[in-house]
Design a protein around this ligand. Structure first.
Ligand code: PEP
Ligand code: MG
Length: 874
């Protein structure tokens, strides 16, 4: 097999897909060379050479012979010679397919020795440069090959400085330089018991061997283990002619990008660092220069190479790659070469902009654009902004640490954040700084403020990761935990007071601002259009409130896939009426309370139907165990007893009676409907009356979909369905108006999945509840899993939290079975997924494969789901 691959402008032994043999850098250089872009000539010693060399203690003779032949070739190409009058100097780099820590960095100026250093000095007319390079080569080579600490050379230099009374930082005369280098070499020999090779070929063999050996360093190995990179993948080494990019005003280094990522337009952007040591000579003060400015005619002279040519090179590379690219380039003696290339790194908004732009320019098609965007990254584009704050008091400005605006009640601990959030209250978590134990609080918070820290502190990094607005470094704020107070200069805010933050500007505002949903137009909308054209699955939303429903529509939801009616009972005085219903001791008492709930439910449903304007709306009957609605804690029990006019002791007794050992497996879901059919009757009546009212107003029929939770038996469906049908008939007769409706069942218990064929005889549609299904298939309580699932993930026992992303082999198998069996009974039955996984891209991919018709997820995940559904369909 071939072990060495040469490259030079216009010709490469191997190109493009060569990363496995040549590593990333080697493959890149080969690609650039093959595209006739300027690269320094050189060769890559491949991973197959690594395999051979690592198997033996000395570099095998045939590998040496091949390297030496490659040097002959390079000598011819460059017109220079190893150890000759016109010395060939080399740069050596490891080149792994995936960059990893621990691998050797770079050895520059290999080929320098006591003879060539003086020839280079003469050739360049620059004694200091040549010797400085030689000194650095000795340091780098000794560090790599002999493990010598570079600081030792510092000491020698300090010593020489004093001994010889140098006038500056480094030697000036030839004598001084020779003396310093001689001491370096003597030190190495002393230290390692052998002389640093003076023969360039020997230097090269040793450097390559040492580069190969860095593959075995423990850090590299740990990295490979963590990232699943096979141990025998190996590493290559690239060798190319030196470019003196740090010598004079005719040299420098930079990074060029083919587009302006902020607009998506094709244009040379990036930066350039001039190579001269005395930077004042070239007008800069050591600062990095902007390539955009340098491309301007009156600044062009500040760039030592041909900037037009650079622009042309990145354009050609972009056309080849079909995406915005970036390159690392060097200029030596005004000659420009490219050293590395890749697709340009970009933020989520930039990625969307560029992809849409590329479609517009005909470089890629719409499906390709869809595939290029990571669905999860859209999260960053979906944040609201502050609408107006005229009537609110600004509290000050910290660091903009994670984008988006949020408004909520102040809490000072993760626990408080969770407690408030559990009641559906939006919160802003305010901390002096955050630690890993605060993450669960950050997850439920709408926004985060920290007094310390900057844009890379823990809070900032975590907040960006989970897409929460965050302001850090709010140093003028003081938290007094004991008082539960936040001091902001002369103002005092308490836990539960409202504040608004803007994580894009750093602003913190007292009070509750109204937020404008994110701008979903322009490139974002175009990308979503591409996605919609490509996907098969529909995307609905889980929503109960009008604002959620409206946000979801703006995000492109195609209906409501789950309206959890219980969430509608926590508001204001509704909870009291609900409690009245629960505490009633007979059916008459329950009916009296339900009659008061009926108009509230009806108006909620009318509003949802109107917002969704003809899109399907799935309303689920009451699901949770009743005790969830009952008062907790002494104070609340006291208040409730007073308000309902019942004896405190009676209330306590009733609470105890409703208490269950395993409420999630207890008296909930369809079981409530069977125990208390009057609940079903009221909810069904509210739904039908609302459908008639909304339908009459809109002049178009509303077809409600009624969903039964926690079903496992066909007869449960029959029982409830019969009540619903009766109510429908009654309401239609009363109003003289016909309503079409569907009755469906959740598939969220294993028995339901297994019996989906029999359930399908009685159900018009089905919706998979992956939260309860995961809970019951695994037997893992969804409310207690946090205590141990993190350990499972850390120990590698579970890859991902199965509540977030579908467990394909277990839960997934049951879902596939349910779809298949249900369709055996009713081939066209609609099958949806409305659990948390409905918004998870990896799960969506699975749902596409098993033939799910639609997913339903929280409003903010709707665009993510649309994109993920499209990707899985392409
Ligand atoms: C589910 O169990 O997946 C579901 C959607 O219902 P809930 O989360 O309300 O139990
Ligand atoms: Mg459920």
């Amino acid at each position: 097999t071939k072990r060495i691959f040469t490259f030079r402008r216009g010709a490469a032994d191997r190109t493009a897909d060569a990363a496995e043999a040549l590593g990333l850098k080697g493959a890149n250089l080969a690609l650039l060379a093959a595209l006739d872009l300027p690269v320094p000539p050189g060769f890559t010693v491949s991973t197959s050479a690594w395999r051979q060399v690592s198997a033996q203690s000395d570099m095998p003779a045939e590998v040496r012979a091949e390297i030496s032949a490659a040097i002959k070739w390079l000598e011819e190409v460059t017109g220079r010679q190893f150890d000759g009058d016109c010395p060939l100097l080399l740069a050596i780099r490891t080149s792994a397919r995936v960059p990893m820590p621990g691998l050797a960095e770079t050895v520059l100026d290999l080929g320098l020795n006591d003879r060539t250093v003086e020839r280079v000095a003469a050739e360049l007319g620059d004694l200091s440069f040549a010797f400085r390079s030689y000194g650095r080569f000795i340091e780098a080579f000794s560090a790599l090959v002999y493990n010598v600490d570079p600081a030792d050379f510092e000491e020698i230099a300090d010593d020489e400085r004093q001994l010889r009374n140098w006038t500056g930082d480094e030697p000036r005369t030839l004598e001084e330089w020779r003396s310093l280098i001689a001491r370096y070499l003597a030190f190495v020999e002393d230290e390692v018991g052998e002389a640093l090779p003076q023969t360039p070929l020997e230097q090269l063999y040793r450097a390559i061997e040492a580069c190969f050996a860095t593959w075995r360093r423990p850090v590299a190995r740990t990295f490979r283990l963590a990232h699943g990179i096979p141990e025998n993948a190996g590493v290559a080494v690239t060798v190319h002619a030196m470019v003196f990019n740090e010598r004079d005003e005719k040299s420098g280094t930079g990074r060029a990008i083919s587009r302006d990522l902020s607009t998506g337009q094709p244009r040379l952007t990036g930066e350039f660092t001039p190579g001269a040591r005395d930077r004042s000579q070239i007008g800069g003060d050591g600062k990095v220069l902007d390539l955009r400015a340098l491309a301007h005619p009156d600044q062009r002279s500040l760039f030592p190479g041909d900037i037009e040519a650079l622009a042309d090179h990145v354009r050609r590379l972009e056309a080849h790659v079909g995406d915005a690219v970036e390159v690392t380039f060097m200029v030596g003696d005004s000659e420009l070469v490219l050293l590395q290339s890749g697709v340009a790194k970009r933020t989520a908004p930039e990625a969307v902009r560029v992809a849409v732009r590329l479609v517009g320019e005909g470089l890629i098609d719409e499906e390709e654009a869809v595939l290029r965007i990571d669905p999860a990254s859209l999260e960053q584009l979906l944040h609201p902004t502050i609408e107006h704050t005229d009537d609110l008091l600004p509290l000050g400005k910290g660091m903009p640490a994670a984008p988006g605006a949020a408004t909520g009640e102040i809490v000072f601990s993760a626990e408080a954040a969770q407690a408030y959030a559990a009641e559906g209250r939006p919160v802003i978590l305010v901390r002096t700084e955050t630690f890993p134990e605060d993450i669960h609080g950050m997850h439920v918070a709408d926004g985060v403020v920290t007094i310390r820290g900057g844009t890379t502190s823990h809070a900032a990094v975590v907040a960006r990761g989970i897409g929460k607005p965050c302001v850090t470094g709010a140093g003028w704020l003081r938290i007094n935990r004991a008082e539960g107070a936040l001091y902001a200069s002369e103002r005092v805010l308490r836990e539960g007071d409202w504040i608004t933050i803007d994580g894009s500007t750093g602003e913190i505002i007292q009070g509750r601002a109204s937020l404008r949903p994110p701008g979903l137009s322009g490139d974002f909308a175009s990308l979503m259009d591409f996605a919609d054209a490509a996907r098969r699955m529909r995307v609905r939303t889980n929503a109960e409130t009008p604002s959620e429903a409206r946000a979801a529509r703006a995000f492109g939801a195609e209906g409501i896939g789950l309206c959890r009616t219980e969430h509608m009972f926590f508001d204001g005085n509704r909870i009291q009426v609900m409690r009245e219903m629960i505490l009633a001791t007979d059916e008459a008492g329950r009916r009296a309370a339900l009659d008061r709930l009926l108009p509230m439910q009806r108006s909620d449903f009318v509003e949802l139907f109107e917002i969704m304007a003809g899109q399907p709306v799935t309303i689920r009957l009451l699901d949770p165990p009743l005790h969830e609605f009952l008062p907790k804690g002494e104070g609340e029990i006291e208040d409730t007893a007073r308000q309902l006019g019942i004896d405190r002791a009676v209330l306590c007794q009733r609470i105890i009676a409703l208490k269950e050992m395993n409420p999630m497996l207890g008296h909930r879901g369809v079981r409530l409907a069977i125990s208390y059919p009057e609940i079903v009757e009221t909810q069904a009546r509210a739904i039908f009356e609302a459908a008639i009212e909304a339908g009459a107003r809109a002049g178009a029929a509303v077809v409600p979909e009624i969903l039964l939770p926690l079903v496992s038996l066909r007869k449960e469906v029959d029982f409830v369905r019969k009540r619903i049908d009766q109510v429908a008939a009654t309401v239609m007769a009363e109003r003289g108006w016909k309503v079409d409706y569907l009755v469906g069942t959740m598939i969220e218990l294993p028995r339901a999945a297994v019996q989906a064929d029999t359930l399908a005889e009685a159900a018009d549609f089905m919706s998979v509840g992956t939260n309860d299904l995961t809970q019951t298939v695994f037997g893992i309580s969804r409310d207690d899993s946090a205590n141990f699932l993190a350990t499972y993930e850390r120990q590698g026992i579970l890859g991902r939290d199965p509540f977030q992303s579908v467990d394909v082999e277990g839960v997934g198998e049951l879902i596939a079975l349910a779809v298949e069996k249900a369709r055996r009974t009713r081939p066209s039955i609609a099958m949806g997924v409305c659990g948390e996984q409905g918004g998870d891209p990896a799960s969506i991919d699975f749902f596409e494969r098993v033939g799910i018709d639609y997913v339903s997820c929280s409003p903010f995940r709707v665009p993510i789901a649309r994109l993920a559904a499209a990707q899985s369909a392409i």
